[in-house]
Ligand binder design. Structure first.
Ligand SMILES: [Zn+2]
Length: 449
């Protein structure tokens, strides 16, 4: 079920809001059947810290440009380029973080078209998107860039027509394109400084990325850190942390080292390599970074491309989702692991995270697969409504999986916009067929907690 901002709220949704905002005493006073607009506004304003005026106006109406980020909001933009994952996070104090900036070097009919079109490389599109989203900042920059893992749909892959960097040391594609145009404060990845787990990483995409890293460290004061699972102090509010004590960023996993959910302790999920036959060694997706971000009652999960359904005959520890999900617990919103591919979103993870909103970063006809779609939709795995938003569903996927007409949205940039304090959030879908920033649709508000 979808809750659109202009829809009258159902009793069920009011009940959830009341339970979050005011407890059973408030819930007992809910209208019996017909929703009352005044009660809806009162709950929003008193209980959820949403400015009354904006709630009453219906913020971000369709057809208008998306409203600017304001202090106190948490924005998570899943950017649609047709060439890979890229997400911009704007934290409540204005601290910015880029999570991945993919650019597939080669496209096939399995892939969706470039967005908004193929006249500029994906890296350039991401830069332009970031500049528009950070228009409130006279000197837009990225306080953090986080690379979940070293695949071209997450960091960019060099192609023959990828332009060279001004220094000549690397090619501009995806993350390296963004880093050439926008200042990055701290870069976090799973491999620094040796890039040798489980074996030396020397594919074209990683070599290009490492050339970028080395040059930027030497000439541009780039700070690079290895992402350390368990820590909650590696990504912090850089601009006004004291004002937003409800914000937290938990490193969950990387390279098979996974937070236990207690303090900062971790466990090694992968066995020692010398005990494992080489064909069974962890692959790149299994080594992906995962994290949980919290703001008040709002929690969000990103697991990169971790798998949870090992291929037949592979050892059970190739399921990375289960220990990660055990540590993370319930969240309000999550992005599907591995674009909803066949090896992802196992039942344990779906039941443990049980989000109200799923997002999928898709550009390939295998995203998502039928089994994944059925699991995330299953009310036997977890009860209650949930909405699913995809960046760019391939038409072939829609033909194969008839039920995908139940997607809340099948195309566009997906903006999760969390209200000041974290008590509720909305989903704003922004047109990706132009750079107009025009809102296609708005969903919510969804209560947190
Ligand atoms: Zn990927």
């Amino acid at each position: 079920m979808q809750i659109r901002i202009n829809d009258p709220p159902s009793r069920h949704n009011l009940l959830k809001l009341a339970t979050t905002a005011g407890g059973p005493a408030v819930a007992a006073h809910l209208p019996a059947a017909r929703p009352v607009q005044a009660a809806w506004s009162a709950f929003l304003c008193i209980g959820l810290l949403i400015p009354c005026a904006s709630a009453a106006r219906g913020e971000d109406p369709a057809g208008e440009p998306i409203s600017p980020w304001r202090a106190g909001m948490l924005d998570i933009h899943q950017i649609s380029t047709g060439r890979g994952n890229a997400a911009l996070y704007v934290f409540p104090d204005g601290t910015t973080m880029l999570v991945d900036a993919g650019e597939l070097p080669v496209k096939t009919p399995r892939h969706t078209p470039d967005r908004p079109d193929g006249t500029q490389p994906a890296g350039e599109r991401i830069v332009r998107y970031i500049r528009r989203a950070l228009a409130h900042d006279p000197r837009p920059a990225l306080d953090y860039a986080l690379v979940t893992h070293f695949h071209d749909d997450h960091i960019g892959g060099p192609a023959e027509n990828s332009p060279p960097a001004a220094c000549g040391a690397y090619r501009l594609t995806g993350l390296t394109f963004v880093g050439e145009k926008l200042k990055i404060g701290t870069l976090l990845d799973r491999g620094w400084p040796d890039y040798d787990y489980p074996r030396p990483l020397d594919d074209d995409a990683t070599k290009n990325y490492r050339a970028f890293v080395n040059w930027q460290i030497e000439h541009n004061a780039l700070k690079v850190e290895r992402f350390v699972p368990g820590r909650n102090d590696q990504v912090v509010l850089r601009r006004d942390a004291n004002k937003y004590p409800g914000f937290a960023f938990r490193n969950v996993g990387a390279n098979g080292e996974i937070w236990t959910g207690q303090g900062t302790s971790t466990q090694n999920h992968f066995p020692a390599l010398e005990t494992v036959p080489r064909p069974d060694w962890p692959h790149e997706n299994m080594c992906s970074i995962s994290f949980r971000l919290s703001y008040g009652e709002f929690d969000y999960f990103n697991g990169g491309d971790i798998p949870g359904v090992p291929p037949s005959g592979m050892p059970p520890w190739h399921d990375v989702e289960t220990p990660v999900a055990r540590a993370v617990g319930p969240v309000e919103a999550a992005i599907l692991d591995h674009h909803g591919y066949v090896d992802s979103q196992n039942e344990f993870l779906v039941a443990a995270l049980r989000p109200r909103v799923w997002t999928i970063s898709v550009w390939d006809s295998g995203h998502p697969t039928l089994s994944v779609w059925n699991r995330i939709r299953s009310t036997r795995i977890y009860p209650g409504p949930r909405d699913v938003f995809a960046t760019d569903l391939h038409h072939a996927t829609r033909l194969v999986i008839g039920g995908l007409d139940k997607l809340a949205s099948d195309s566009g940039h997906i903006v999760l916009r969390v209200a000041p304090g974290g008590g509720s959030f909305r989903v704003v879908i922004v047109d990706d067929t132009s750079e107009s920033c025009r809102v296609k649709n708005t969903f919510g508000p969804y209560p947190s907690g």
